[in-house]
Design a protein. Structure first.
Length: 266
């Protein structure tokens, strides 16, 4: 299986990589989820990850976050162990259920992204509140800042959780199907936001939206126990076969999308 390699030369004094994964395998009890995954992702990339449900996409993200440890292999995030890099990484999970009675406002959730920057026992600073306002405005939720998070729709909640991740001023932003519960109009707005953020932040998104991959992202990977990487947003037939196990006609924004020839397995 071809593994991902960076188009940049090997680093000398300082690494240009946001993510370095070497020979990583992981199992839940006796069920192997990832097998011998190796890739390097340059800083400044916008990577889309596709693959079937249960193929290991979310597990890979949890490994990058340090929430899980690989059975074999090594992982470096921003040149550090995943746990050590956590303050420099923003994360938006696929879903986060909160009770409708949970007494916390939209503004409070956005400010939670500033917790690591606030001194213990001290109030949030004016700078923290300014950042919270900026990110809520970006996702169109500033006017709802005083509402309780539990009273929002699923799509509105997801916008707020995205704002919270952005409030950390991350160098690397990981999003696990961020548009799964949002309205179609905000899906487009979100990727416009991410494309703008990508000028300063490395972004990795798990998504099932082929059209989004072809329109916004710089590179693509498919995860289904194994890992296939392709520089550029063109999706190969091998990726489609691996991800969906059936023929797929790719349509991006109403237009046929080019499928490249397959990679050769090694």
């Amino acid at each position: 299986m071809e593994q991902a390699v960076s188009h940049n030369p090997e680093p000398t004094s300082s690494s240009p990589y946001a993510i370095e994964v070497e020979g990583v395998s992981f199992s839940y009890e006796r069920t192997e989820v990832l097998k011998n995954v190796s890739f390097r992702l340059n800083k400044g990339e916008f990577l889309g990850i596709i693959g079937p449900n249960g193929g290991g996409k979310t597990t890979l993200v949890k490994l990058l976050l340090g929430l899980l440890r690989p059975d074999q292999g090594t992982i470096r995030v921003l040149g550090m162990e995943p746990n050590a890099a956590s303050r420099r990484v923003g994360y938006v999970p696929q879903s986060m259920d909160l009770s409708r009675a949970f007494p916390i406002s939209v503004m409070d959730v956005a400010l939670m992204g500033r917790l690591l920057r606030a001194r213990i026992g001290k109030r949030y600073s004016g700078e923290d509140e300014k950042k919270a306002r900026q990110v809520l405005q970006k996702v169109g939720m500033w006017e709802h800042r005083r509402k309780l998070i539990g009273k929002l729709s699923g799509g509105q909640k997801q916008r707020v959780f995205i704002a919270r991740a952005l409030a950390t001023d991350p160098e690397l932003l990981l999003l696990d199907e961020p548009t799964a519960s949002v309205d179609p109009e905000f899906q487009v707005n979100l990727y416009d936001i991410l494309q703008e953020l990508n000028k300063e932040v490395t972004i990795v998104v798990i998504t099932h939206d082929i059209g989004v991959v072809s329109s916004y992202m710089k590179s693509i990977a498919c995860v289904n126990k194994h890992f296939i990487f392709h520089e550029g947003s063109h999706i190969t037939q091998e990726m489609i076969d691996m991800a969906y196990q059936c023929p797929v006609d790719l349509i991006a924004h109403g237009l046929p999308h080019r499928v490249l020839p397959t990679h050769k397995e090694e």
